[in-house]
Design a protein around this ligand. Structure first.
Ligand code: 13P
Ligand code: SF4
Length: 346
């Protein structure tokens, strides 16, 4: 059973989330990490889903877009990437001469797995007019086959900026792709991949939670199913969730994404209450188990593994030069479009 934090105060919504490692364990490790960071001239980048104690030692915590922007701009010699494999690969593609380490080399992603490069190449060969817009949650090989990369934070902008005379192929997340189609009105061919964690959220569970918390705003990640997105007050990336909860006047929020983000939300909005959405039928679950959503890949990284990967400079991300060269172009295109003011994005 995992170690969990405060059980939420309502009847049905008794959903505990992970509490940070006790300070007597985390502080000596954090000290070691700090010393190694100075010695290596390293930067620690962490995704919003990482465990609290990793977020607390990071130089930057954010979404996939923020993390790739940070990776593109860093002058550190070593990038310690606390996230999943495709994110560390993106950092390596943007920094071929730097050392990029990932605490656990097996930290993958179900979206990445759903889209093998040879299968994508085969589909692309069926239509020479395809313009491939690829969600960043994919392998470096798939990026190398893409015209442009996007994240959940900029997918609408990227699709709006895509050539109007091309047939858009969106890979690999069918739920994000469907949401982008709704937002832009652009028809797209969708790859049939999904995030195994986000598709666990269901409308019925959320409706019950909404009945219990009628004043709470529902904030949903676009990797979720349409039946869930349709109940949302806001659909957005993890970074935009933080901004939304900070600026919205509401005091309570139901967060429909991986529960690691609750740590940052609680830190940045101490006067507000957050409830993670249940992933199973909450009526049938025993009360002492964690029932909020966790990505098993994101949670493979631990503070000990962060220390170890800095000590050993391994596991290290290595990619063939040709893949780096080809994958870099669509990532740079994304970063350039993302930086444009909205009125010039098209
Ligand atoms: P964000 O870019 O919104 O943080 O999403 C990353 C991710 O993997 C969502 O599951
Ligand atoms: Fe991949 Fe889903 Fe985990 Fe995000 S939450 S890294 S999309 S498996």
């Amino acid at each position: 059973m995992i170690d969990v934090d405060d059980v939420q105060p309502t009847g049905l919504a008794r959903l505990p989330w992970r509490k940070p490692m006790p300070p007597e364990q985390s502080e000596p490790l954090a000290q070691e990490i700090l010393t190694l960071k100075k010695k290596l001239n390293a930067v620690i980048l962490a995704h919003n889903y990482q465990v609290p104690e990793i977020q607390d030692v990071a130089d930057f915590v954010g979404d996939s877009l923020g993390l790739s922007q940070q990776a593109a701009g860093t002058d550190a010699d070593v990038i310690v990437f606390c996230g999943v494999h495709f994110m560390a690969e993106t950092a390596k593609i943007l920094n071929p001469d730097k050392i990029v380490v990932l605490p656990d080399k097996d930290a993958g992603c179900s979206l990445e797995q759903s889209c093998p490069a040879p299968k994508l190449a085969k589909l692309q060969a069926t239509n020479p007019n395809f313009y491939t817009v690829t969600y960043i949650n994919c392998s470096a090989e798939v990026k190398a086959l893409s015209d442009v990369i996007c994240t959940s934070g900029n997918a609408v902008k990227i699709v709006n900026a895509s050539p109007k005379d091309r047939d858009l192929l969106f890979v690999p997340d069918e739920n994000l792709g469907a949401w982008v189609m709704e937002q832009t009105g652009q028809p797209m061919t969708l790859w049939r991949g999904n995030c195994y964690a986000h598709v666990e959220f269901r409308r019925d569970n959320l409706l019950r939670l909404r009945k219990e918390l009628p004043d709470a705003k529902i904030v949903v990640h676009p990797e979720s199913l349409r039946e869930v997105r349709d109940l949302a007050d806001e659909v957005c990336s993890t970074e935009k969730m933080i901004a939304y909860c900070k600026t919205n006047l509401a005091k309570r929020f139901v967060i429909v994404t991986e529960s690691g983000i609750i740590h940052r939300l609680k830190k940045e909005c101490p006067d507000k209450e957050f409830f993670c959405a249940p992933v199973f039928d909450v009526m049938k679950m025993p009360t002492d188990n964690c029932r909020c959503s966790e990505c098993k890949y994101m949670k493979m990284n631990t503070l000990e593994k962060v220390r170890d990967c800095m000590k050993n400079l391994a596991p290290r991300i290595e990619l063939p030069a040709d893949i780096i060269r080809r994958a870099r172009l669509p990532i740079e295109r994304m970063l350039e479009i993302s930086a444009r003011p909205l009125e010039n994005a098209g």
